[in-house]
Ligand binder design. Sequence first.
Ligand SMILES: Cc1cc2nc3c(=O)[nH]c(=O)nc-3n(C[C@H](O)[C@H](O)[C@H](O)COP(=O)(O)O)c2cc1C
Length: 318
Amino acid sequence: MVNFWHQLAIINKPFLVLAPMDGVTDFVFREIIAGTAKPDVLFTEFTNTEALVSKGYDNTIHRLKFSQAQRPIIAQIWGLDPKNFYTTARLVKDLGFDGIDINMGCPDRAVMKMGSGASLIKTPTLAAEMIAATKEGAPGMPISVKTRIGVTTMVTETWIRFLLEQHIDALTIHGRTAKELSKVPAHWDEIGKTVKLRDHISPGTMVIGNGDIMSLEQAGQAHTAYGVDGVMIGKGVFHNPWVFERIPKNHTGAESLQLLLKHTKLFCDTYPSPQRFPAMKKYFKIYVRSFRGATSLIRQLMETTDFSEVEKLVKQYI
Ligand SMILES: Cc1cc2nc3c(=O)[nH]c(=O)nc-3n(C[C@H](O)[C@H](O)[C@H](O)COP(=O)(O)O)c2cc1C
């Protein structure tokens, strides 16, 4: 069945995806990126299926808030019990998402200890049950997986072959093992191997390469060298919020500061509680870079407590 992933692969080679990043790519940040230089696809932060089917629902459901501007938007979910994947898939479909992605790559110790995230690389039968339950809960919806190439050693051939045999619609490969975290350069050769496997096993599955891509130019090179259909960018957006721009331009410090104000305003409007404001501070560095006075401005921004203080300070620099 032709779905939006296939259409994207026809329009843009490679298509570009904003990576799911817990604590970073929340509703507000996605809204800013979608309104600035929009990637072809956006992912939510990973959202726990066990929480969504329990008392934790009220504290968790905000992670699945999105706007029309963020489409196509994929809900990334993680958990353990396939039954909860079924229920969550139904919910995600009802909410109107464009697709569901299952996290099988998180290297966080607590997540892996539960048997979730990258731990699933060691329990493929359970991984297949999760995929099947998700498909059953959201019939007709594109289902994808984001994973790594192993837990402690690279098992690309067997693990990716297994995933491709589940005939998922898209597969994102972060080219590192869980043990490697982000400490070594991504093994793009391994990502290239998965493209070849895909061609044999499941030609309809779109392959998205992920790891260390910082620019449109590098994304293009990855597509040419390794044949990936799409490229996912995570930390690259911290260095350049315009990283998804199809015709890259030079953006001035003033433009960057205007964007900081827009982000802070939307953050404060969305999360009005003063207790939430400190969580905004981790984003400041994205916008305050390489202009005279940047270090001093960052230092002062770290002392702010609300939007009006940020505005007053930043306007002096603009
Ligand atoms: C702060 C942070 C949070 C992350 N949270 C998630 C997550 O919720 N789900 C997920 O699949 N990957 C998560 N990742 C991994 C990224 O999606 C991506 O795979 C990784 O950063 C490598 O890509 P990059 O080199 O382009 O950053 C996270 C990474 C970072 C830095």
